[in-house]
Design a protein around this ligand. Structure first.
Ligand code: 4NP
Length: 161
């Protein structure tokens, strides 16, 4: 069976999207459905390529028993063929990803969304960028991502299972 492929995208790929990736992987492992998925994350920018995630994000996640292990990479045109879903964190990521996608001829099977569309409890329009803020911003990112990932999985269950 073909895997359902999901790519989480933010700006730097060191805070929000690696956290989303780790939260999603934890959820699908708990449900014992990880074999059905290909999961990754990427950034629209290239400044942090090759680096581990931001230590503040890793520590906030560790407090919730979530391991963030991803290494930053930049989104590229192959991702539009490889992934069924690209989930972005804010309007800027969404616009940047869509402008890349619109240049790719074979990208029709890739659905680009803002992850907050799937939120149930948090009514933020975006997942706020925590990079220049305090530690509480990283916890807040985890809170809202936990909510929207749960909603996204519900969407996946309705459409693929
Ligand atoms: P992210 O956060 O997009 O959630 O990974 C950021 C990381 C780095 C920068 C901005 C946002 N930066 O300006 O270097």
């Amino acid at each position: 069976m073909k895997k359902i492929s999901v790519l989480f995208v933010c700006l730097g790929n060191i805070c929000r999207s690696p956290a989303a990736e780790a939260l999603f992987i934890k959820k699908i492992k708990e449900k014992q459905i990880e074999d059905r998925f290909l999961v990754d994350s990427a950034g629209t920018g290239s400044w942090h390529v090759g680096k581990k995630s931001d230590l503040r994000m890793r520590l906030a996640a560790k407090n919730r028993k979530i391991d963030i292990t991803s290494i930053a990479r930049q989104i590229n045109k192959n991702d539009f063929q490889k992934f069924n879903y690209i989930l972005t964190m804010d309007d800027s990521n969404y616009k940047n990803v869509m402008s890349l996608k619109n240049r790719e001829p074979y990208s029709d099977n890739c659905e680009v969304r803002k992850i907050q569309e799937y939120a149930n409890s948090f009514h933020e329009k975006e997942v706020p960028d925590p990079y220049f803020g305090g530690e509480e911003g990283f916890d807040y990112v985890l809170d809202i991502l936990t909510d929207s990932i749960s909603g996204f999985l519900d969407h996946i269950f309705k459409n693929h299972f």
